[in-house]
Design a protein around this ligand. Structure first.
Ligand code: S3P
Length: 169
């Protein structure tokens, strides 16, 4: 199986969809933020606070190279800005999980662990800025995606099935 690379805005559910795909396919899921946190032995929040965003983006580039060379038969969930790496399409089939900003925000704040979900995301601290970032990225996500899946009001099972059908896996 060619890797599936899940892209999309913060909080859209990339990690949850990856876990559902593992359930359905018995493959392995990897998350770029988790890889970065273990490489750096500190949280994303800490990396942003102490090193700044540019440093974080450079680590993303290194992770992207490693994924391209070393990872097969897997579902890769990515941080919301990871889609900008140059070799994205060489990692696997790029699937955009798409939903309106309001629905994504709703999904985060309705989560039992909402406070932590917001706190750990440096680019979600200012809602107005996050909305602007969403608007800027929405066009870019669609340009790079091989497959766009509207995830609004769909169950994880439905989303994973749709991805499998459209990616033919
Ligand atoms: C970011 C999204 C985050 C994380 C970092 C930057 C972004 O991942 O990589 O805070 O630029 O959109 P999630 O999409 O999992 O929140």
């Amino acid at each position: 199986m060619k890797n599936i690379v899940l892209i999309g805005f913060m909080g859209v559910g990339k990690g949850s969809v990856a876990r559902e795909m593992v359930k359905q396919l018995g493959c392995v899921a990897l998350d770029t933020d988790d890889i970065i946190e273990s490489m750096e032995n500190r949280s994303i929040k800490k990396i942003f606070a102490t090193e700044g965003e540019k440093y974080f983006r450079d680590v993303e580039l290194r992770v992207a190279k490693w994924l391209q060379v070393s990872v097969k038969n897997s579902v890769v969930s990515t941080g919301g800005g990871f889609f900008k790496v140059k070799n994205l399409k060489k990692i696997g089939t790029v699937v955009l999980l798409d939903s309106p900003f309001e629905k994504i925000y709703e999904r985060i704040v309705e989560h039992p662990n909402a406070e932590n979900k917001l706190k750990k995301r440096p680019l979600m601290q200012d809602l107005e800025k996050a909305k602007l970032l969403y608007e800027e990225r929405e066009v870019q996500y669609k340009k790079v995606a091989d497959i766009v899946v509207d995830v609004t009001d769909k169950s994880l099972e439905e989303i994973a099935k749709e991805i499998r059908k459209r990616a033919k896996i």
